[in-house]
Design a protein around this ligand. Structure first.
Ligand code: ADP
Ligand code: MG
Length: 360
């Protein structure tokens, strides 16, 4: 973790996304999937991106990779090592995808070909970008399988994807993702389809891949628990925007956006046995024909008139680079989830919600 300003570009920045907007024209209207997302990724760091389903996490990453469907309207800027990727040719993009940025998706079968052995698939990936013999590439493929902790890698290299468990397949995808020493690995819900015990192993394999390659990693999940202990910095997304951004400690221990506090309250904690979960009521808004105001307002315990009138910008607190998009972030500071959100039962409205009203 460095003390440098996370919003300023430095020589250390590998990926820079600026005011990225993605819209999809549909029969129901314009889907505003991503609404002005900006961030920098520094060499070697782990950036966690978290938010409920539909908040724009995947579309943001697909835009970075140039993998959006043709119908998408994209604006803004995505620079990888200083080179603009939006509007780049397929040829330029496929070079970046092979060696610069690699992706791990939720379902490993989307990345694997069912008719080739996993060893052959890793070997092909290596051969596509390196001038070495097939034999040397195969040897490297087996080493990679070992690196991601696949037992009997020599033997397993001969297996077809369907002969492996979901967790083993995801390890193979991670081996492919690290095969050409990328500068950035984007893992989009890499553990969501897997059992809890396997999840931890996959996160460990990703960490190993990141350590071995020195790549920066974007770890995307709907589950704050997945990035706890993994991410250096965390960005929270809601309705196509980043609504909170800071170091992992800032976001986990001093959240400034009620939505983040709500996500924390939905998370089972091992350290507090008696704590009851306080889930956020309701569900995320539709991003078609959005009304003005803060999209979280209908679910927010602190919402007031201004929240329905004006969407708050993402702004730093008084003296930090910890950003939040909330008219009342000062009322979130210092509170536990249960101070604002109700447990799943019909308990009375938490006092902190009514107390703060005098300050409006
Ligand atoms: P997340 O990954 O955070 O769950 P996504 O980035 O996949 O969310 O989706 C963001 C929004 O964009 C959602 O409302 C989703 O329905 C919409 N969306 C994604 N892809 C398309 C598409 N090809 N056409 C229309 N809408 C889309
Ligand atoms: Mg997604």
């Amino acid at each position: 973790m460095t003390a440098t300003d996370p919003t300023s570009t430095t020589a250390d920045t590998v990926l820079e996304v600026e005011d990225l907007t993605v819209q999809f024209p549909t029969d129901e209207g314009l889907v505003q999937a991503v609404r002005g997302v900006s961030y920098q990724l520094r060499r070697g760091e782990v950036l966690g991106i978290v938010g409920e389903s539909g908040s724009g996490k995947s579309v943001t990453s697909l835009a970075v990779m140039g993998l959006l469907p043709r119908s998408a309207r994209v604006s803004g800027s995505v620079r990888f090592q200083g080179t603009e990727l939006l509007g780049a040719t397929d040829r330029e993009l496929s070079r970046v995808r092979g060696q610069g940025i690699s992706m791990v998706f939720q379902d490993p079968m989307t990345s694997l070909n069912p008719v080739y052995t996993v060893g052959d698939q890793i070997t092909e990936t290596i051969l596509a970008h390196n001038d070495i013999t097939k034999q040397a590439a195969h040897k490297r493929a087996v080493e990679l399988l070992e690196t991601v902790h696949i037992p009997n890698p020599q033997q397993r290299a001969k297996a077809y994807p369907h002969e492996l468990s979901g967790g083993m397949r995801q390890r193979v995808v991670i081996a492919i993702a690290m095969a050409n020493q990328p500068d950035v690995i984007i893992a989009d819900e890499p553990t969501t389809a897997l059992d809890v015990t396997v999840q931890a192993q996959i996160l460990e394999a990703l960490k190993t891949a990141q350590d071995e390659t020195g790549a920066a990693m974007i770890l995307i999940t709907h589950d704050l628990g997945v990035i706890a202990g993994q991410a250096d910095r965390v960005q929270v997304m809601y309705a196509g925007k980043i609504v909170e951004s800071g170091t992992a400690d800032e976001v986990f221990y001093e959240p400034r956006m009620p939505y983040t506090l709500g996500l924390l309250g939905s998370l089972p904690r091992l350290d507090v046995k008696t704590e009851r979960l306080t889930p956020i009521g309701g569900s995320p808004p539709s991003v078609v024909n959005m009304p003005p105001g803060c999209p979280f307002s209908p679910r927010c315990p602190l919402a007031a008139d201004i929240c329905d009138a004006e969407e708050p910008p993402l702004e730093p607190g008084p003296d930090s680079q910890h950003l939040a998009a909330c008219h009342f972030s000062y009322r979130v500071e210092g509170h536990e989830p249960r101070d604002l959100f109700r447990p799943a039962s019909d308990d009375p409205i938490p006092a902190a919600v009514t107390e703060g009203e005098a300050r409006e």
